[in-house]
Design a protein around this ligand. Structure first.
Ligand code: 16G
Ligand code: MG
Length: 549
């Protein structure tokens, strides 16, 4: 095979010219922005994924076209590495450089990547591409595919899939052991088989009722949930709202981000009985949160921290019941509610660590344990099991004298370990609640969340803020942390931090305290400090979640 790098330039110039000279940066989860400016980014990511596949000896690399929970006009791209993880950090800067060079410099830049990484450009490669259901996604998918073709690579298009499905396809194609088949049916089959076995015909138990309202955010999660329903028969009775077919824009007034941030049900929520279990996923179905209304009609949220504690507590019980010598740990971010951390440490007695925001950081840390449970408060998370943990559980299940070990083995099967998967996480929560005989009231009564509030502050340059210690301490601008400490010390159970967003040009403020009033006041004080010391623009403090109390 002979490859002429001129082709890359020719394609770029003719079909995917770079329209903007504004510098774009690989964010927390890839590139994201207004869809009309992304054609050249997508073409170049097709090129990059092919190079990455050749660099990794022909292993499948994934490219997912989605802007997750962002509004409909946005789109974005997430890259998936061979084991189903997110793109390795050292390649993020390679990706950033590649999308920022001019069309004229592109050929030379590609040659540089090949040389720097010693890539055999004639070797085999395969890129798996999936997309969400935004109307501009098919156009951007073609751009990615053309990037692959420009380097004579192979591309496999999966069409509309959730982000975690694409992660699953990549990892199952690349792993020799039977993780599952890299097809849509293979994915349904893996999860549904495990779920049904765990149900064991016991559809209801104690306070647990077998029905659920599922808010699909008008995104791909809704479509895939409908496919699940067809295949699950009645093992779970699900009503899907915000299906996104015909009407309703992706993430608009619905979905996990809206529900978590606004602290209210989706606008289109039908009348339901108090305490009806409901969940919301985001546009690409890698996040899930639960919610319900109590008998006073008050909205109650069960977010990622709640899912984390539920899952960690349940797995800890299984480890104990099966008498296995496995180390279980839980990974959170600074956004985790202080009450959840207290509960984990004091009640569950599970070691907990805190890492910077972004799934890649949580995932990485979770791999240090035999069983690593990680969740962001926003509902993004999963569980990872070491090979040692898997073989230990499998052996115990084979021994036959521990029925719980068989359950444990199926639980591992039910979990999409590659990345947070809203549908797999939801099936896991349903399984645990069913086994415990719990309804949402039982679940929420495990601990009481501290009131908390977030603000976003517009600044001239968010990079004037630098943090350390998993974003809990601010080291730049000088003096800000001292002022934050002073403010916090005036509030009972007060805690606050500031960090630059990785997805928007703003600084985020988080505050929690013993009472609602204190929380509002603390957040406000910190917001003012950021404006004063970090070059805030505009007098307004924006409350993304006013009602987060
Ligand atoms: C991205 C991250 C999410 C994180 C969020 C923070 C992934 C796949 N997604 O959506 O985990 O919570 O960014 O956004 O890592 P922020 O930096 O704007 O606060
Ligand atoms: Mg998402």
């Amino acid at each position: 095979m002979s490859i002429n790098l001129r082709t890359v330039y020719a394609f770029a110039r003719e079909m995917y010219p770079k329209l903007s000279t504004e510098h774009i940066q690989y964010g927390t989860a890839g590139f994201r922005g207004k869809a009309e400016f992304l054609d050249s980014v997508m073409f170049r990511m097709g090129v990059l994924a092919t190079l990455r596949s050749r660099f990794r000896s022909g292993a499948a690399i994934g490219v997912m076209i989605t802007a997750s929970h962002n509004p409909e006009p946005d789109n974005g791209v997430k890259l998936v590495d061979p084991k189903g993880e997110m793109l390795e950090a050292s390649w993020e800067s390679i990706a950033t450089d590649l999308v920022n060079v001019s069309d004229q410099e592109l050929e030379q830049q590609v040659a540089k990547i090949i040389k720097d990484n010693n890539i055999d450009i004639t070797s085999s490669s395969i890129v798996y591409v999936g997309m969400d259901n935004r109307y501009h996604s098919p156009r951007l998918l073609k751009a990615v595919a053309d990037g692959v073709i420009a380097l004579k690579g192979n591309v496999r298009e999966y069409g509309i899939v959730t982000t975690p499905m694409l992660h699953y396809f990549v990892v199952s194609a690349n792993t020799k052991e039977a993780y599952g088949k890299p097809t849509e049916e293979g994915y349904y089959d893996k999860l549904i088989t495990a779920f049904k076995t765990l149900r064991n015909d016991q559809l209801e138990n104690g306070n647990y009722k077998n029905n659920l309202i599922f808010d699909g955010a008008n995104g791909v999660g809704a479509r895939k949930m409908l496919q699940f329903i067809k295949r699950m028969q009645n093992s779970l009775q699900v009503t899907v709202i915000n299906q996104g077919i015909g009407q309703g824009k992706i993430n608009e007034d619905c979905g996990a981000d809206y529900v978590k941030v606004q602290q209210r049900p989706p606008k289109s929520m039908p009348e339901v009985e108090p305490y009806t279990r409901c969940c919301s996923v985001d546009g690409d179905a890698d996040r899930v949160v639960y919610f319900f209304s109590n008998d006073k009609g008050e909205f109650q949220l069960l977010d990622g921290d709640r899912i984390a504690t539920l899952v960690a507590g349940y797995l800890m019980d299984l480890v104990k019941k099966c008498q296995l010598d496995l180390r279980l740990g839980l990974v959170q971010t600074a956004y985790a509610n202080g009450a959840s951390t207290d509960y984990i440490v004091n009640e569950l007695k599970v070691p907990v660590s805190c890492v910077p925001t972004g799934v890649k950081h949580l995932h990485h840390k979770a791999l240090e344990y035999d069983i690593g449970v990680y969740f962001e408060a926003n509902g993004h998370g999963t569980v990872v099991f070491s090979d040692h943990a898997k073989s230990t559980v499998a052996e115990a299940a084979k021994a036959g004298d521990k029925p719980d070990a068989k359950i444990f083995l199926k639980i591992i099967d039910l979990i999409n370990e590659t990345v947070g998967d809203a549908i797999s996480d939801m099936l896991l929560v349903e399984t645990i609640l069913n086994h415990k005989g719990w309804d949402v009231k039982d679940w929420i009564s495990t601990y009481t969340d501290l009131p908390n509030q977030q603000l976003k502050i517009k600044v001239q340059d968010r990079n004037v803020i630098a943090t350390t210690d998993a974003e809990r301490v601010c080291v730049k601008p000088e003096g800000l942390q001292i002022e934050i400490n002073k403010a916090v010390s005036n509030y009972k159970r007060g805690r606050a931090f500031v960090r630059p967003s990785g997805t928007e040009d703003v600084v985020r403020v988080y505050a929690e305290a013993n009472t609602k009033e204190d929380t509002v006041s603390l957040a406000h004080e910190i917001g003012i400090l950021v404006q004063r010391l970090a070059g805030g623009v505009g007098p307004e403090l924006v409350h993304p979640n006013n009602a987060h109390l």
